[in-house]
Design a protein around this ligand. Structure first.
Ligand code: ADP
Ligand code: MG
Length: 735
C-alpha cells in the first residue's frame, strides 16, 4: 500500500470549516464566533480536559467547598425571577450517584441552552443549600444536546474529550469533537518537521499520533505524551521565529562600534577628574550617589554591546525603583561623548517631562566636545519633544537634531513622527517598554537607520519595570538579550501594604495620610479606573478631590491630575507636587509608570480591585523611593475570588518577580503575548511555569535547526506563516 503524502499544517489553514460535513452557514457562523475559521483552528481547539468515564468523580463523594467537574444529565429546568428581579435558572441534574441542583443567576439564556435531556459537564465549587448539593454559576460544557444528536455509540468510549464549547454559540462539546475527528481523519498523516532521531532525542511522539491521541484518546495514558509533543511544537515554532529574527538582524545590521570603556564605570562620587576625561567619568565623579552593584553590572553588559559591531538589542528589566533611569543616562552619556545622539522615549507626557527635567539637572555641569563650538566644548543639550511642543520650538529642536547640535532628545511617540531626522543617531532607549507595542519597537529599530544621516543602525535598549518571569521573557522578548537589575539602592525599606476594608480601617488610613503630611511627607491618592471613558474617569477624579479636600483631608493642599488636563496644566501640577506646595496629589492612573517624587511616602489606591496586579505594583512603586518608611493602602472590597487573590498577593509581597508569577498563574499565558499579528496565539497548551524544561529543549533545537538551514527549517517556516504576517514572512523566510 502506498502511503498518502504527508500534509503540511499550513494547508489545513487554507481549508474553511464549511468544507466539512454537517457544517452549513449557521454552524460556520457559530464557529467563527469562537474564533474558528478553518481546519487548522479546529484541530488546535483543544479539549479543556479528558474525562475517564470509569473514574469520574461523583458529586456525592465530594465535600462542600471542593471544586469539581461533574458530568450529569438535566432532569428538570425551572426559570423564575428572584425578589430583586434577578433572573434565576434552576436545574436538577442527575449523575450516577444521585442528583444535585445547579443554579444560575442573571443567565436567563441557560434555560434554552440546557433543556431536559441535555448531558453536560459542570465545573464549579460544591455548595450546599437546604440539605442538597448545589453548584452556583458553574462553567458548563454541553456534551450531548437533548435530541441526542448523533449519539454515535462508537464515540462514547472510555475517555471523553471535553471541549470548551461556547454556550452562546449553541455548539456542544460533542459536536465540536465530531468536527475535529472528521478533520483529523480527512487530513491524514501530517508533515512532521522532526525526524525519528530527533524525536527520540527529546522523547517526543510523532505529530500525527499526537493530534489523534490528544483529541481521541483511547485510554488515559494516551494523553500525556500527545500533549507533550503538541506543546513542544508550540515552543519550537516560537523559538524558530525568534532565531530567524536574530539571524536577520545579524546578517543585515550595520552597527556602530561605540567607544564605550568599561573602566569608566569604576569611578566613584568625588573622584578627581579633568575636562579631558570621558563624559561618563566626569558624570559619575560628580553624581551625589554611587551606582549599585547591579547597576554597574548591567552597565557592563550594555557597554560591551555598545562597543561591539552588532547593534545592541537589549531588554533591561528591573523592579520599580531599582534605578533604571540612571543606567540609561550613563549609556546615553557614553554615546554622546563621541558626537553621536541619543533618544529616550517614554510612554506618557508626564514621564517624558520628568525624564527631561531630571536629565537636564543631572548633566547641568557637563560639557561635550564640539569642534564647531567656541573653545571646542559646549554644554550637553537635552531637548523635550512631545505632542504638545509648540511649532516654533519644535522647528528648533528638529533643526538641532538634524545638525547634531542636540545631544539627547526625550519624548513620547511624537518622536516617531516622520520629520524627526538625526545627524548621527547612536542609541535609542525606550522606557516602560510594556506600554509600547512590539510593532512600535520594531518600527523604532528599523527607522533608526533611515532617520540618521550617518545611515547606521543605532543600538537599542528597552527598559521595563513590569517584571516577567525568565521563561516568559524567553517567549515574549526572546529576540532581545536580557539584563536584570536584581537589587534596590541601599537603605530602601519594604513598603508596608495593607488592605483597608472596614470603616475603621479606612478612617485610620486617612488619619495616617494626615500624619505623614504633618511629618513633612507627601501622598498620592489614586482614583478608580473607569472602563472605557477617560472623561467620566476625569469627572470622578474631580469629585473625589473635592470630597477629600472638604472631608478626610480638610486643611491639606490637595492637587488634582488626570488625563484630560492640558499638558501645561499637568506639568504645573506635577511641579508644585514635586516642590511640596501640594501635600496630596489625587490622580488617575496617569501617574502609573515612572513618576518619581521621592518625598511621597504614602499611596492610597481606591477601588483597588479594578487594577491588574502589575498595574497595582507599578502604582505602589510611586512610594518607597528613598530611605524613609513608605505605606500603601488598598481600599474597597473584592467582588471576585480572583480579585481577592490579587489584592492579597500585593499585601503579601513587595517582590515584583513573585507578583509576576502570581499574575501569570491568574491570567494564563495567552494574555502575555497579546494578540499576534494574525490574531492567532500559538501558545494554547503550553504553560510557561510547568513546561520550562520543554521550552529550553525547544530553544536548543530551534537554534540548531536555523543554523543547519535544512529541511526542518523549511517545514517550520512554512507553518509559521500561520502566525506571522506576510511582510515579516517575506524577509524572514528565504524561499
Ligand atoms: P525605576 O527603575 O523605577 O525607573 P528610577 O530610575 O526612577 O527607578 O529610580 C528610583 C529612585 O532611586 C530615584 O529617585 C533615583 O534617583 C534613585 N536612585 C537610582 N539609583 C540610585 C543609587 N545607585 N543609589 C541611590 N539612589 C538611587
Ligand atoms: Mg522608571
Amino acid at each position: 500500500m502506498s502511503e498518502a503524502p504527508a500534509r503540511p499544517l499550513r494547508a489545513l489553514g487554507d481549508v474553511p470549516v464549511s468544507h466539512l460535513r454537517h457544517i452549513g452557514e449557521k454552524r460556520t457562523a457559530a464557529l467563527a464566533s469562537m474564533g474558528i475559521d478553518n481546519v487548522f483552528d479546529l484541530i488546535t481547539h483543544y479539549p479543556r480536559l479528558h474525562v475517564d468515564r470509569t473514574r469520574r468523580a461523583e458529586l456525592s463523594e465530594l465535600s462542600v467547598g471542593e471544586s469539581a467537574a461533574v458530568l450529569g444529565e438535566v432532569t428538570k429546568v425551572a426559570a423564575r425571577r428572584t425578589r430583586n428581579a434577578r433572573a434565576l435558572v434552576e436545574l436538577s441534574v442527575s449523575d450516577d450517584g444521585g442528583s444535585f441542583r445547579v443554579v444560575f443567576f442573571n443567565q436567563a439564556w441557560r434555560e434554552r441552552q440546557l433543556p431536559v435531556g441535555t448531558q453536560a459537564l459542570f465545573f464549579g465549587t460544591v455548595g450546599e443549600y437546604q440539605g442538597r448539593r448545589q453548584m452556583t454559576n458553574p462553567i458548563v460544557d454541553v456534551i450531548v444536546g437533548p435530541s441526542g444528536e448523533s449519539r454515535d455509540p462508537s464515540r462514547v468510549g472510555r475517555m471523553v474529550s471535553i471541549y470548551p464549547a461556547s454556550g452562546k454559540a449553541g455548539l456542544t462539546s460533542w459536536e465540536l469533537g465530531g468536527f475535529i475527528e472528521e478533520s483529523l481523519r480527512r487530513a491524514g498523516p501530517l508533515l512532521d518537521p522532526l525526524d525519528e532521531d530527533t524525536r527520540a532525542r527529546f522523547s517526543l511522539i510523532d505529530r500525527t499520533a499526537a493530534y489523534f491521541q490528544y483529541h481521541l484518546p483511547r485510554e488515559r495514558d494516551d494523553v500525556a505524551p500527545a500533549k507533550r509533543r503538541l506543546i513542544f511544537d508550540e515552543f519550537l515554532r516560537l523559538q524558530t521565529l525568534i532565531a530567524l529574527r536574530r539571524r536577520y538582524l545579524a546578517t543585515h545590521a550595520q552597527g556602530i562600534t561605540h567607544d564605550a570603556d568599561l573602566t569608566d564605570l569604576e569611578v566613584a562620587p568625588g573622584a578627581l577628574t579633568s575636562t579631558d576625561d570621558a563624559l561618563v567619568r566626569r558624570f559619575l565623579a560628580g553624581h551625589p550617589f554611587a551606582l549599585t552593584g547591579a547597576q554597574r553590572r548591567v552597565l557592563g553588559e550594555i557597554f560591551t554591546d555598545l562597543a561591539a559591531t552588532l547593534p545592541m538589542n537589549r531588554l533591561l528589566q528591573g523592579d520599580v525603583g531599582s534605578g533604571k533611569t540612571l543606567v540609561s543616562l550613563v549609556a546615553l552619556l557614553a554615546v554622546i561623548d563621541h558626537a553621536r545622539q541619543g533618544v529616550l522615549m517614554a510612554p506618557t507626557e508626564v514621564l517624558a517631562e520628568q525624564h527631561a527635567a531630571a536629565l537636564r539637572r543631572d548633566v547641568a555641569d557637563l560639557t561635550v566636545h564640539d569642534p564647531r563650538a567656541l573653545g571646542g566644548c559646549r554644554p550637553v543639550r537635552v531637548a523635550l519633544l512631545s505632542g504638545k511642543t509648540r511649532t516654533k520650538e519644535r522647528q528648533e529642536i528638529l533643526a538641532g537634531l538634524n545638525e547634531g547640535a542636540v545631544d539627547v532628545v526625550v519624548g513620547t511617540h511624537a518622536l516617531l513622527s516622520d520629520d524627526v531626522r538625526f545627524a548621527s543617531l547612536g542609541l535609542i532607549v525606550i522606557d516602560e517598554q510594556h506600554r509600547f507595542g512590539v510593532e512600535q519597537r520594531a518600527t523604532l529599530r528599523d527607522q533608526g537607520r533611515v532617520r540618521s544621516r550617518e545611515g547606521r543602525d543605532p543600538d537599542l535598549l528597552v527598559m521595563t519595570a513590569t517584571p516577567i518571569p525568565r521563561t516568559a521573557a524567553m517567549v515574549a522578548f526572546g529576540d532581545l538579550d536580557l539584563s536584570v537589575i536584581d537589587e534596590l539602592p541601599n537603605g530602601r525599606l519594604a513598603i508596608r501594604t495593607s488592605w483597608a476594608q472596614s470603616d475603621d480601617e479606612v478612617a485610620a488610613c486617612w488619619r495616617h495620610v494626615r500624619d505623614e503630611v504633618a511629618a513633612g511627607n507627601r501622598a498620592f491618592v489614586i482614583c478608580p479606573l473607569v472602563e472605557g471613558s477617560a472623561r467620566v474617569e476625569a469627572t470622578s477624579a474631580v469629585d473625589e478631590r473635592t470630597r477629600l479636600a472638604l472631608g478626610e483631608l480638610r486643611g491639606l493642599a490637595v492637587g488634582l491630575l488626570h488625563g484630560q488636563m492640558k499638558s501645561d496644566e499637568k506639568e504645573a501640577v506635577m511641579a508644585s507636587f514635586r516642590a511640596g506646595e501640594l501635600d496630596v496629589l489625587v490622580a488617575t492612573v496617569v501617574v502609573e509608570v515612572g513618576v518619581d517624587v521621592p518625598e511621597a511616602t504614602v499611596i492610597v489606591i481606591e477601588d483597588a480591585w479594578r487594577f491588574g496586579l502589575a498595574q497595582l505594583h507599578q502604582l505602589r512603586g510611586r512610594v518607597g523611593r528613598r530611605d524613609a518608611q513608605s505605606y500603601c493602602y488598598l481600599l474597597g472590597d473584592a467582588p471576585s475570588e480572583e480579585a481577592r487573590t490579587r489584592l492579597q498577593a500585593l499585601v503579601a509581597t513587595n517582590d515584583g518577580f513573585d507578583l509576576a508569577e502570581t499574575d501569570l498563574a491568574l491570567r494564563g499565558e495567552g494574555t502575555l503575548l497579546g494578540a499576534r499579528q494574525k490574531g492567532r496565539s500559538d501558545l494554547r497548551l503550553a504553560n510557561l511555569r510547568r513546561d520550562e524544561a520543554l521550552l529550553r529543549d525547544a530553544q536548543t533545537l530551534a537554534q540548531e535547526i536555523v543554523q543547519a538551514d535544512g529541511g526542518a527549517l523549511e517545514v517550520l517556516s512554512d507553518e509559521l506563516r500561520l502566525f506571522v504576517d506576510d511582510d515579516e514572512a517575506s524577509y524572514l523566510f528565504k524561499s
